[in-house]
Every structure is written in structure tokens, then in C-alpha cells.
Design a protein around this ligand. Sequence first.
Ligand SMILES: [Zn+2]
Length: 210
Amino acid sequence: MSILKIIKYGNPILRQPTREVTKISKKIKTLVNDMLDTMYHANGVGLAAPQVGENLRIFVVDVSDPKGPIDPIIFINPKIIKKEGAINSYEGCLSFPKAYTNVRRYKNILVKAYDINNRPFVKEAKEGCLLARCIQHEFDHLEGKLFIDHCRNRFEANEVLSKYNLPPVEEDKLINEDFLEEEIVKFEKEHPEIVEKQKEETQETDDTNE
Ligand SMILES: [Zn+2]
């Protein structure tokens, strides 16, 4: 059990592709335990292997109440097998100390993965809950994608980054999300009261780290 160094934005490791885990060896089990220790130590709700310098398809999350018992979920070789709807919410990342921005995500997802005992499982996360967003955030890390890539343009991304003296985003990394944007605009038009409520909530809670 040890606390690993979390790799910060700007390090090319975060952009590298990851490879599938072929065997859940003792080494992998140690890595997963160390990732959990590291995530809890940093008060994060999720951590992906590239964030600790391992280009493997593994991430861990725990979205349980910080005051209650821990409830870690380990995802090895995950696949998002269904995604629908869209939601906009505030996100941060342990590799970007203090930086937060609005990120568009799918509202409902279904993920298939293997646990630490090599048993397959399916996890459903709905209504843009923290788990749904966290899984998508961590899954992005396995693809070399970062939350800042979800900004609408470089101006928006660099405004967030420059505030914390972080390097600007590379132009080719920005993700086109016309579908999510359309869904969000449609939803906001139909439910202005929910949007208003979300804005208030964002101002109250803006410190989840993934
Ligand atoms: Zn992250």
C-alpha cells in the first residue's frame, strides 16, 4: 500500500494510449490498491492508471458519502456499451490542481468491465449522477482525453488553464460534441427551472476531483 505521485497536466503520459490488461497479476493488484490509496489521499472521487504513470486500461472510483464507509469500484478493461442523453456539469481533475470547468457528458451510461478478481460486471449510472460523470471522465483518461478537451473552443479552455498557469490546450485535442450540445440546448429550453436550480447547486459544490 503506497501513495503514488499523481501526474499533472502538461506531462505527455496523460496523452498516451493505454493497453488492455491481459492478466490480473499480483503487480496489477498492487497497482489497483495503490491507486485507491492515492485517490483517497488526494480526496478524489476517481483516478485512472495514466494519472499515476501506468498506461493500462484501469480506473477506480468512489462516489460514496465521504463521511460514510468507503465504497470503491474498480474497472479493468472497461467498455461503455450504451450512452444516451446529455448533461452539463462542473468538473475538476486531480491532474489539474484547482482548475474546474463545465463539461458536457452523456446522462445515462452502461459500462462493462472486469473487477479485481477477473469477474465481468455491468454498471449502470443514470440521470447524470456523479457516478455517470465520473466513469466518463476516467474512461476519457484511458483514451488520452482530458476534461479540458470538452471545452467549446480553445479560448474557453485556455481561459481556465491560464488562470492556474497551466499550458494551453492543443488545438487538435478539442472534441466535437454537436450531439451533446444540441441535446443540452433542447433540454434547457424545455426546463428553464431545472437549469436555474443547477446553477445554484454548482455555486455551492464545486470541488469534486477525478
Ligand atoms: Zn481526471
